[in-house]
Design a binder for this molecule. Sequence first.
Ligand SMILES: Cc1ncc(C[n+]2csc(CCOP(=O)(O)OP(=O)(O)O)c2C)c(N)n1
Length: 343
Amino acid sequence: MLEILRPDGSIVGEPPFSMDETKRLYGAMVSARTYDTKGTALQKQGRLATYASFEGQEAAQVGAIATLRHDDWLVATYRDAAAMWMQGYPWVNLFLGRTGDERGGSPPVGVNVLPPSITVGAHMIHAVGLGWAEAHQGRDRIAMTLFGDGATSEGDFHEAMNFAGVFGAPVVFLCQNNHYAISTPRHRQTASETIAQKADAYGIPGVQVDGNDLFAVATAAQEAVARARDGSGPTLIEAVTFRVGPHTTADDPSRYRDVSEETEWRGLDPIDRVQRYLESLGEWTPEWNDQLAESAAKEIEAAIAEAEAFDPLGPSEIFEAMFETPTPQLERQRSLLVGEPDG
Ligand SMILES: Cc1ncc(C[n+]2csc(CCOP(=O)(O)OP(=O)(O)O)c2C)c(N)n1
């Protein structure tokens, strides 16, 4: 397993970023944690539908996306808001989406990020299609897709990896092995010793990294992105991390795991680790951290206010986002729902 930044903040090997970039990414992780904490709180106030926390997975998401170009594709899941935001998907769209508002699924033009996939595994296929299409059109944009350990048991994972391997599609597969798929622990998910080794079966490189280590994730991702971009094909990265919170706000993890596991992983927090590193080099102060936290809170509050200022959608709007021209069946269903005469 690749490790560069140890839990105590010391490093083995080369950091992949300059000091300025490391500090920018630390700030991004602070923003992501602020959004995440707020997401859970808003759901408890009834202002969001279910919310899926990514607490503890910030280094995996921020470190991987930091290696992408702004026009690369990202195809991710309901737990990947930090990654999506890093690639340009606005917080306001993420909040809107969590209220169930379809308008959250339309980021600004030029943001090459698909809406989050709720269907476990299915989105990996879209990432392969996007990357392959870019190559066919002679462009050097690549696609990155994020998914969990549970998704590797889906047929879609096999299809995506196999197709990408055979056709050399420019795709980076980033599995965040957070040890649980709702209540199913990693050891019940697959008999493979690692998820990274599954790459062997598809004839592509696979690498396992410490997913709570910003530098290790980014180092592996930089290499995988470079391979994809120069036409050398896909890579599977397994970022070993942990979901310290519940699966979603509708879940109670005490029913299937011991709290000591969470406590142990909280001691390996990815943000604290970068803080210790920066502090050891005289680059972190409580005042600077307070400034970051304050500006993140302001930014997140503004996004919430903007999302909550949208006019609520009426019931008939659920038919709007499917086709440019609705099918006769959808028109009929809409009429039945809103009581308009059936034309
Ligand atoms: C195809 C499909 N099957 C089942 C579900 C229900 N479901 C939602 S999340 C989840 C677990 C996914 O675990 P994992 O892929 O490890 O990602 P994590 O939630 O841990 O990030 C399941 C089974 C679903 N959304 N889609």
